[in-house]
Design a protein around this ligand. Structure first.
Ligand code: HEM
Length: 885
């Protein structure tokens, strides 16, 4: 750190050049100390100023482009990918800081290079103070601050929403908005983090990397019709994988769609300029002619030390904690709750229900044109139903996209279905817990239901999903029985897991979404859909029979079988996110390009990490893949096994016995899940997290039961991840056992202090030997918020509090509008029209007098009328005339 730059000749030159060349404003601020040693603060300030300008300008360009596409009414596939990965304000702040930091360092490099034509080692040019300044001014300092962890009883009982403080020593481990872990150092094309293949001529082990689209076309592309079915696994298993992935990883991409340096629109340009890293479309590609590149945005960097290599960010919590249901930020988790319910419920849709069962709320979007989840007349050959059109109009600025704990909820019908199912299950659990513990506050009910749902996800994943993916024997070998929480295990998701390993299941996705009627047969009412018609088609669950037809389809349809010559279906390679036009994306190409963007090392290095042999020639590779044709294809493209992009190499390996992945994937997936288990303080089997009676109850959890409890489906398979051949093999829900929640009934007494004092009007919860109190809205807690059982006196100390009604009407300014009167009620108040004031005796007399006076006046007027007007009119009457004559 203290190595002086004077020792380095190049730095001396640079320093002199900088002093000569920098603008006056910058040089005049050079500090007296360190000025000739390091670049100096004026230089840094100048770089920061320009970097801020570049970052802000690119973000502004992006906003302009979005506005234009709004007025065009066009949502392009790359816009959908951006929406798919949309993140909350916390992540956006982090990403902006990190991009600002990245641009600053890049500018410093360029400024130095321009002045010295020397590719400098910045470690020699930036002092510790300079680095600190950069971190402070870009905002990265505050992004990487160590959080302060609470240590009260409830924080030992419930996870934080953000995942912080799970590990007390390393409170950032596994938390949202932290960088992915690296199990192997990255291999970027330059020391800063240029992706592999940034320069297509760059060689690795004497070979250039093939365009990813060529790999997709030549190795992965599979006709939709040319697939084999996995006759032992249901498509629900495939969905479960994606569902769990959305609990574990979300890699934000740069929010800027414009190149930082040039301002070029990444959706149109073919030049590589961060964040644009377009996917080149080779001449041999059938898509050639439309556009020569497919847009691709680099994953956003995360805040790291200024001169470190680029790292990517996980925007959500790593833990299996059902964060896709609850969100990974405090803001989102609050927005998802029904805060006016006393039951700790999640909010449900206010406009529609699924025959009485809840849907997720709609996401409020102000730019209606950008809403991708409504019916799409232009591309949908299936005509829009009249109701769908009416619905579209009547929703005003309300979107059809649902709001959930994860931004990818609307991606396709299967995802929407699982989100809806678990939203309902939370509410069901919270209501059942309320019946058992009516004294629990809405917060306690929410947290307990959330804790149970998290445990249910851990059990279903470890006991039911993983053994099928890894194969029973690999599962036993790689995932030994749980031995307790290990505070030295880092549960953070690794870059290789999110960017390659857990994307394995992309090759098991079926190209057709089957929707089945109540008898589990195809019904003309809800026809099967090609996968791309199910993408962002949230309106279909609202309009076309709710989630049941989709869920029945997932239960009864088999998964696609991955084989060496049938990898990824064309629905995903040729029609991904095909919306209102624009060049569809290619999921295989995205996976490969993403791996290069993240600097993942090649296939052989990962095999070595796993203690597997590294293939040195074609025979070796053919042996490992069990397929000479595939080995030849890969080597023709890559030249050497060392360069094969790890994702395609790994999915090319034949599956282990009874599993669906080969040895490399089994190793990487098991390593990650083991870390997620051992490094999670709230792991369901960790001592003290649940009581043993609760653990026994949790073991009985069943996905089929959850389906029975939260849908109208009455026939389910015993094992929903196994492929059911025939509807006759299904069981009535009555035969599927319930998870008994009685172990969650809170004891009324404490073994030492006896009866637990509860409040007649307020809420309480027993946590170890403490009782914590809360009052409902409209009441004020008077006294201690918590009391403790004193083991010496066997008494609760201090006295329990009371909840006293708040007199809202005495508040200043008044809670009611000025013309209304405030009436205090228990727990609330009402604003009413003021009553008329009571009448006094004199005012009654005055009123009577004025009424009498009025009557007298009317009589007088009538009399005058009769005399003057009517008398004068009399001669006109006939009899009068006769009398006169
Ligand atoms: C219809 C089915 C699916 C579709 C359309 C789909 C689509 C996508 C897309 C578009 C991406 C982002 C690619 C990128 O920009 O890098 C992605 C990422 C990913 N997918 Fe899938 N996927 C599907 C199913 C699955 C399944 C079944 C799994 C796992 C079992 C899975 C695991 C992943 C993972 C781990 C990522 C990386 C997530 C991140 O870090 O942000 N996907 N998927």
């Amino acid at each position: 750190m203290d190595t002086t730059c004077l020792e380095s000749f190049s730095c001396l030159i640079i320093s002199i050049l900088l002093i000569l060349c920098l603008p006056l404003s910058a040089t005049s601020h050079f500090p007296s100390h360190n000025a000739t040693v390091y670049l100096g603060s004026s230089f840094i300030q100048e770089a920061l100023r320009r970097a801020r300008e570049l970052t802000d300008t690119a973000y502004a360009h992006t906003n302009d482009r979005v506005k234009t596409s709004v007025s065009d009414g066009s949502v392009r596939p790359s816009d959908l990918l951006a929406l798919f990965k949309q993140t909350g304000p916390k992540t956006r702040t982090h990403v902006r800081s990190a991009e600002f930091l990245d641009n600053t360092v890049e500018l410093i490099r360029e400024m130095v290079y321009t002045h010295s034509m020397d590719k400098p080692d910045l470690t020699e040019l930036l002092s510790a103070e300079d680095k600190e300044t950069i971190l402070q001014l870009t905002g990265c300092s505050s992004e990487t601050l160590r959080p302060v962890c609470k240590s009260d009883c409830l924080s030992k009982r419930y996870r934080t929403i953000t995942g912080h403080c799970n590990n007390r020593e390393n409170p950032q481990w596994g938390a949202a908005n932290t960088p992915y872990a690296r199990w192997l150092s990255p291999e970027y094309e330059d020391p800063r983090g240029a992706p592999r293949g940034w320069n297509p001529q760059h060689t690795y082990h004497n070979h250039t990397l093939p365009p990813v689209r060529s790999v997709s076309q030549e190795v992965l592309y599979t006709h939709n019709e040319n697939i084999s079915l996995d006759m032992s696994l249901s498509h629900l298993l495939v969905e479960w994988g994606q569902w769990i992935d959305h609990d574990l990883t979300l890699t934000p991409q740069s929010p800027s769609t414009a190149a930082f340096k040039t301002g070029a629109d990444c959706t149109r340009t073919c030049s590589r300029d961060t964040p644009c890293f377009p996917i080149q479309i080779p001449l041999s590609d059938p898509r050639t002619g439309t556009q020569s590149c497919m847009p691709f945005f680099r994953s956003a960097p995360s805040c790291t030390v200024p001169l470190g290599h680029r790292e990517q960010l996980n925007a959500i919590t790593a833990f299996v904690d059902a964060s896709m249901v609850y969100g990974s930020s405090d803001g989102l988790s609050a927005a998802l709750r029904n805060l006016s319910s006393p039951l700790g419920l999640l909010a449900v849709n206010q406009f529609h229900s699924d025959q009485g069962l809840g849907f997720m709320p709609f996401l409020t979007r102000t730019q209606m044109n950008l809403d991708p989840c409504g019916p799409r007349e232009r591309i949908d050959p299936i005509p829009l139903s009249e109701t769908a059109q009416r619905l579209n109009i009547s929703m005003g600025n309300r979107s059809f996209c649902f709001q959930a704990g994860d931004s990818r909820a609307n991606e396709h019908l299967g995802m929407i279905t699982l989100h809806t199912l678990f939203l309902r299950e939370h509410n069901r659990l919270a209501e059942e817990l309320h019946m058992l513990n009516p004294h629990w506050s809405p917060d306690t009910l929410y947290q307990e239901a959330r804790k149970i749902l998290g445990a249910v996800h851990q059990i279903l994943t470890w006991d039911h999903y993983l053994p099928r993916v890894l194969g029973r024997s690999a599962n036993l070998a790689l995932m030994p029985p749980y031995e307790g929480y290990d505070p030295t295990a880092d549960p953070s998701i690794s870059n290789i897991f999110s960017t390659a390993a857990f994307r394995f299941a992309h090759v098991t996705v079926h190209p057709v979404v089957n929707r089945l009627g109540p008898d589990y047969r195809l019904s003309p009412e809800h026809p099967a859909l090609p996968l791309h018609h199910s993408l962002f088609a949230s309106w279909r669950v609202v309009q076309e029979g709710g989630i049941d037809p989709v869920l029945r389809g997932l239960l009864l349809s088999p998964a696609k079988l991955q084989t060496a010559d049938q990898m990824m279906v064309e629905e995903l390679t040729e029609r991904l996110f095909q919306a209102q036009g624009g060049l569809p994306l290619d999921l295989a190409a995205l996976n490969l390009q993403r791996g290069r963007d993240h600097g993942l090392q090649g296939y052989s290095a990962w095999r070595e990490l796993c203690g597997l042999s590294a293939p040195v020639n074609e025979t070796d590779l053919a042996g490992i893949l069990g397929n000479g044709v595939l080995a030849r294809k890969l080597l023709n493209l890559y030249g050497t096994a060392k360069n094969i992009d790890v994702w395609v190499g790994a999915i090319s390996e034949p599956a282990l016995p009874g599993g669906r992945v080969g040895p490399l994937l089994a190793c990487l997936i098991a390593k990650q899940f083991k870390a997620l288990q051992d490094g999670d303080r709230f792991w369901w089997q960790n001592e003290g997290v649940f009581s043993s009676a609760q653990r026994d109850a949790l073991r009985t959890t069943s996905l089929s039961r959850i389906i029975c409890d939260n849908t109208h489906i009455r026939l389910v398979p015993f094992d929903p991840f196994a492929h059911t051949l025939h509807p006759d093999d299904l069981l009535p829900c009555a035969r599927i056992g319930h998870m008994n929640l009685s172990a969650w009934r809170e004891p009324d007494t404490d073994p030492v202090c006896g009866t637990v004092p509860r409040l007649s009007l307020g809420f309480s919860v027993l946590c170890e030997s403490e009782v914590m109190y809360q009052c409902p809205t409209g009441y004020l807690l008077q006294g201690a918020t918590q009391i403790t059982c004193d083991p010496n006196t066997h008494q609760w100390t201090p006295q329990p509090p009371t909840c006293q009604d708040i007199d809202e009407c005495s508040a200043h300014p008044s809670v009611c509008p000025p013309h209304l009167q405030c009436l205090n009620t228990p727990g609330g108040h009402t604003c009413t029209e003021p009553a008329a004031p009571p009448l006094s005796a004199s005012s009654i007399v005055a009123s009577v007098m004025s009424v009498l006076g009025g009557v007298a006046l009317i009589v007088l007027l009538l009399a005058c009328y009769q005399r003057l007007i009517l008398r004068r009119a009399e001669p006109l009457k006939a009899e009068c005339c006769q009398r006169r004559s």
